[in-house]
Write a protein of this length. Structure first.
Length: 270
């Protein structure tokens, strides 16, 4: 960042240098945990897997952490369904800086997380199409970048309210439909914090994607994202081939969708 050759105000440059070092040390704390009933285990310490059928990686958003209320419903929904390999990224130290700093760190955080994931997949011989990365807010863009790290070969990336501020449609570190074989995006927070632009293979716009969503009229980012997560958690818990077809119908009615041609023939929903 601060190039010594350009340093006209030494004390300022020293400050910027310190800032860069501090950011580096915060970035280096980004890591991935494996959820076990006994607690969260650092990914590099997981040596035996019961199954390599599927891997879910959840990435929290701005101001979050792996135990933040905004992502607990998702964690709980996947574990309640008996998914074996549920991973949760924690980039909390960087996510809790000011927004522009967190946003600028998206590429670096993604690269650190992608390498940890790659090492885990290789060590356990898990193929890329079995991997599903789910990201919320800034985490949705991180999920997209993780997908790009694997050259779009992961099975699925899901973006929950990709963050809007300081992203343009051209930002190369933002979520796009080339992030994975299948990319689904749910928009519920435009124009507050969430983007409205189609970013996936399929984009869903509950209540036209506009904030505030019913039940979230008091603008509260945390409550809003909690509702979204609960809605998404419901869509995965209630498989829509359940006996309760009426409930399924209601979910579909509330989720108007924009479709792009699918890149692949096989659509894996799990
Ligand atoms: C962060 O990690 C990188 C790569 O491992 C290392 O080169 C760097 O010294 C670390 N920075 C800090 C501040 O720990
Ligand atoms: C993605 O593609 C690049 C360029 O072909 C290659 O160097 C890199 O190893 C690929 N990454 C993965 C994770 O396969």
């Amino acid at each position: 960042m601060a190039k010594t050759s350009l340093c006209l105000v030494p004390i300022l440059c020293q400050f910027l240098g310190l800032q860069a070092a501090l950011l580096d040390s915060l970035l280096n704390q980004s890591t991935i945990y494996y959820l076990k009933s006994s607690g969260d285990v650092a990914l590099e310490n997981v040596d035996q897997l019961a199954s390599v059928e599927s891997v879910k990686l959840i990435v929290h958003g701005y101001l979050g952490s792996r135990t933040h209320g905004s992502i607990m419903p998702l964690r709980n929904a996947y574990t309640a369904q008996g998914y074996e390999n549920v991973l949760v990224a924690d980039w909390g130290p960087v996510a809790n800086l000011d927004y522009p700093s967190s946003r600028l760190a998206v590429k670096k955080v993604s690269s650190i997380l992608a390498k940890l994931l790659e090492e885990f997949l290789q060590r356990h011989g898990i193929s890329l199409e079995r991997v599903h990365v789910i990201g919320h807010s800034l985490g949705a863009h991180i999920a997209g970048r993780i997908g790009r790290y694997f050259n779009g070969s992961l099975g699925r990336v899901t973006g929950l309210d990709p963050a809007l501020p300081l992203f343009s449609s051209r930002s190369d570190d933002s979520l796009h439909s080339n992030a994975a074989l299948f990319v689904d995006v749910i928009h519920t927070d435009y124009p507050l914090f969430g983007d409205i632009r189609p970013r996936g293979t399929v984009d869903f716009y509950p209540n036209f994607g506009l904030a505030p969503q019913p039940g979230c009229e008091n603008v509260d980012v945390v409550a809003a994202s909690k509702l979204l997560h609960e809605a998404f958690a419901v869509t995965i818990v209630l498989s829509c081939f359940s006996p309760n077809q009426l409930e399924c119908l209601r979910i579909f009615q509330r989720f108007p969708a924009a479709w792009r041609p699918l890149k692949v023939g096989v659509l894996r929903t799990a």
